[in-house]
Design a protein around this ligand. Structure first.
Ligand code: FE2
Ligand code: FE2
Ligand code: FE2
Length: 169
């Protein structure tokens, strides 16, 4: 039987709230580390983990934890929506309202989501052939989030941050 609409809406709202809590606690943990408060950083990270458990349980109950092929398709659709509609529109509003910080953060996200969509599409190609994907080193700029695969450039192509700062996966 399909889930009742109210329960489905509530679980989506709870999933969104727990997801945001996970993210903000991790960001605040990094800040506590920068302030030299590692115990508080540890507390933020532990509680963030619990919020991830709650988000996972809600998301699973909503039927959104599927196989990797379906998950990749949802990921591609989400990144493409951000590239085609969401960030161009958000950035245009920020420009209209002369909100420089918002123009910058939406531009950084827009440029990054373009490569995310491409990387997920590459992964999908492999999954469609019944394989795992094959990636070189994947690197992420800590300033703008720009993401790439293989040999990293000396400077981030979006924000000019130095290669030595990039986080590798
Ligand atoms: Fe929670
Ligand atoms: Fe993305
Ligand atoms: Fe960057």
């Amino acid at each position: 039987m399909a889930m009742h609409k109210m329960t489905e809406r509530d679980l989506n709202e709870a999933y969104a709230g727990e997801s945001m809590a996970f993210m903000k606690y991790n960001i605040w943990a990094d800040k506590a580390d920068q302030e030299g408060r590692p115990q508080i950083a540890r507390l933020f990270r532990a509680i963030a983990q619990a919020e991830k458990v709650h988000a996972t349980n809600h998301w699973r109950t909503l039927g959104m934890v599927q196989g990797t092929k379906d998950n990749l398709q949802h990921a591609i659709d989400g990144e493409n929506y951000e590239v085609d509609e969401m960030y161009p529109a958000f950035k245009a509003v920020a420009e209209l309202q002369e909100e420089k910080g918002a123009v910058r953060s939406t531009y950084w996200a827009l440029e990054t989501e373009k490569v995310h969509a491409q990387m997920y599409a590459k992964a999908m190609g492999s999954v469609e052939q019944g394989k795992d994907a094959s990636f070189g080193e994947i690197w992420v700029c800590p300033v703008c989030g720009y993401t790439g695969e293989g040999e990293a450039p000396d400077l981030c192509p979006v924000c000019n941050a130095k290669k030595a700062t990039f986080k590798k996966f």
